[in-house]
Design a protein around this ligand. Structure first.
Ligand SMILES: C[S@@+](CC[C@H](N)C(=O)[O-])C[C@H]1O[C@@H](n2cnc3c(N)ncnc32)[C@H](O)[C@@H]1O
Length: 268
């Protein structure tokens, strides 16, 4: 990896990424993939009854729900910088302690949790190593820190067809592939830089069936995350060209998107 790319991937570039959206919009755009990812990720982190766990960058609660199922609401805490998502998790998961906060400044004492998890978040942290260090700080000695990020660089994430079509129209497009943790082996490097031990890397995969092209496409127009921001920034003609480019790349409906996330876990 060249120096520029390494620099990008530790400290993500500032760009317009919006997660100040309604929970229902997120559910339709990314929740459809992150809900089935959550049990696989919780298994990887070995989340078991009796533990206290922290969901970092909880969004509207895809992983929070899985942690509540395993541990009960009183044993789960969650943070996210997005106010509408914090409100949604409070409403959806009564009894969970939810705060508006970023990974880089977690509002907890040292060694509060048995496990700290960040599902699809490291690539949005302004300082990925700093965020992972904070997750380690609030986790007890020998406890687990775990993270996963879609394989945006390898073209096997759930948004890869979208970004392929966007690159076909504009090769300079910022397609998330250079973000922290988005290519094989990078989460492990970040975990090492954050001082974690006994690091294990793996990949998690989910498959989601889409009944129609419109059901797949329409959530991209809701303005969620970098892909939604990119779509919203196009005029009607370019947006139509992007939509048709995606249609050409996808199989005839119904089709299944199989998405892969790089994952890592380490001990404090
Ligand atoms: C792709 S969503 C993942 C949400 C949820 N974990 C899931 O799996 O559906 C990314 C989330 O990271 C949050 N986020 C962005 N920057 C963050 C940071 N520095 N620290 C913690 N969370 C952050 C966003 O607000 C958003 O909710």
């Amino acid at each position: 990896m060249d120096a520029d790319r390494r620099c990008d991937a530790r400290r993500n570039r500032s760009r317009p990424v919006s997660f100040i959206v309604e929970a229902a919009q997120y559910d339709r755009f990314m929740g459809r993939y992150s809900v089935p990812l959550a049990p696989r990720f919780a298994d990887l982190a070995a989340v078991d009854p009796g533990q206290r766990a922290l969901d970092v960058g909880c969004g509207p609660g895809s992983l929070t729900g899985e942690l509540v199922r395993r541990l009960g609401p009183g044993a789960v805490s969650a943070v996210d910088p997005s106010e509408p998502f914090v409100d949604a998790v409070r409403e959806r998961h009564p009894g969970v302690s939810v705060q508006q906060a970023s990974a880089e400044e977690l509002p907890f004492e040292d060694r509060t949790f048995d496990a700290a998890l960040a599902q699809l978040v490291v690539h949005f942290m302004a300082d990925a190593v700093g965020g992972l260090r904070e997750m380690a700080r609030v986790t007890r000695e020998t406890g687990v820190v775990a993270a996963c990020v879609w394989d945006h660089a390898g073209g096997r994430g759930p948004l890869s067809v979208f970004w392929q079509a966007a690159r076909d129209l504009d090769p300079t497009v910022d397609d998330e592939s250079r973000l922290a943790g988005a290519h094989e082996g990078h989460l492990g490097q970040l975990f090492q830089a954050a001082g974690l031990r006994e690091i294990e890397e793996s990949a998690l995969s989910v498959s989601v069936e889409h009944p129609t092209f419109e059901e797949w496409w329409e959530p991209f127009t809701l303005g969620v995350g970098p892909a939604g921001g990119h779509t919203a920034g196009l005029d009607a003609e370019r947006q139509a060209r992007l939509r048709e480019g995606c249609r050409e790349l996808l199989p005839a409906p119904p089709f299944t998107i199989t998405a892969l996330a790089w994952a890592a876990r380490g001990h404090v």
